[in-house]
Design a protein around this ligand. Structure first.
Ligand SMILES: Nc1nc2c(ncn2[C@@H]2O[C@H](COP(=O)(O)OP(=O)(O)OP(=O)(O)O)[C@@H](O)[C@H]2O)c(=O)[nH]1
Ligand SMILES: [Mg+2]
Length: 336
């Protein structure tokens, strides 16, 4: 049987007929589906392939309300769709920059905020938080109260940005509810909208995130997903690099320094990842079977690898990047 009852963890409609299909539970008396149960209790993460159609239709319906929206993004994996979404829906919006804890403590908040201000988009406010460290959550709640136009406030943004984690933190800090949304390092954890009444004045609505089709998390196994997703402060790794040298990360990324002056590359990726520098790159064929893209880097740019992090480059140069053909890499102005 299917019911109209939705899973309290991920929002999918519960059913007790097909174990292979979304929303399966052994009994419709349960509040959460089997997938959420396993993720919560055993840390057994099960990926679900989702399309972005549902995300877009949810966005459209959010846009038809006058409600306040929290747009949540992960500071290590800033999504490229912020501008598009901001143009798509006219709601009042707070930009929440999450996971401050994984950037080095020395990174100034003002610097992060000014990077986003320079995008020239219209936000009521840009707020840096760390859900894991409970940092700035009190302030965020104050500002939600200040800007909210009705009881309802939506949490939107990329998959993995920490939308469900943020709502769980707000439940824990400010309500007597025991409901807990499912969180996981895999993409597409939340499958449909979940509505949670925090108190008489505030109802939060969690939504499934926009899937980043170019993310490296889509092509590696669950063990590597955990390794790639940093849990604590990143210790940036800096390499002085010159012509005919390369940087290699694990077995999925190779950057050849093709041309340019002596340069400095700083890697903002999980501390658990193995990095090596090849001094005489011409003699090494490692990872050259991957898809090659050449970049003309100008002064002060980052190379972003979707889902992995970024590499801050100081000077202009030419690089060849070897990466799986399904993983997206692009240049942007230095974030920090
Ligand atoms: N380091 C760090 N990790 C965080 C923080 N907030 C959330 N995470 C982690 O980010 C991952 C994704 O969190 P979720 O809350 O499931 O993200 P989501 O935006 O709801 O993702 P979808 O439901 O897939 O759209 C989990 O592994 C969280 O533990 C934070 O402040 N710091
Ligand atoms: Mg979620």
């Amino acid at each position: 049987m299917t019911s109209e009852k939705k899973c309290a963890g991920c929002g999918v409609v519960l059913q007790d007929e097909n174990v292979l299909q979304e929303g399966y539970t052994t009994s419709l008396e349960n509040d959460i589906c089997q997938r959420c149960f396993r993720m919560k209790n055993y840390g057994e993460y099960q990926a679900v392939a989702k399309s972005n159609d549902e995300y877009l239709s949810i966005l459209k319906s959010v846009g038809e309300t006058k409600d306040l929206v929290l747009y949540i993004t992960d500071l290590l994996n800033i999504d490229k769709n912020i501008e598009e979404v901001r143009r798509l829906i006219p709601n009042k919006m707070i930009l929440v920059l999450n996971k401050k804890d994984i950037l080095p403590k020395s990174v100034k908040e003002e610097k992060l905020i000014s990077y986003f201000k320079n995008l020239g988009l219209d936000f009521e406010e840009i707020i840096v938080v760390s859900v894991n460290k409970n940092y700035n959550i009190d302030y965020l709640l104050k500002r939600i109260k200040y800007y909210q136009t009705s009881k309802n406030v939506y949490a939107i943004g990329h998959t993995n940005a920490g939308k469900s984690s943020l709502i769980n933190k707000l439940i824990k800090n400010y309500s007597d509810k025991t409901q807990e949304l499912t969180m996981s390092p895999l993409p597409s954890t939340t499958l449909s909208t979940v509505t949670i009444e925090i108190n008489d004045y505030l109802t939060l609505i969690d939504t499934p995130g926009l899937i980043d089709n170019g993310s490296i998390l889509n092509i590696v196994d669950a063990k590597m997903v955990k390794k790639i997703s940093p849990l604590k402060e990143i210790k940036p790794r800096t390499y002085q690099i010159k012509k005919n040298q390369s940087i290699i990360i694990e077995d999925f990324l190779r950057i050849d320094y093709v041309d340019g002056v002596k340069n400095s590359f700083t890697l903002y990726v999980s501390n658990s990842l193995k990095v090596k520098r090849l001094l005489n790159a011409a003699n090494h064929e490692d990872l050259k079977e991957l898809n090659k893209t050449s970049y003309d880097v100008v002064f002060g740019q980052d190379l972003v690898i979707s889902g992995l992090g970024f590499i801050k480059m100081v000077d202009k140069c030419n690089i060849d990047v070897y990466l799986d053909k399904n993983v997206e890499a692009f240049l942007r102005k230095n974030l920090i």
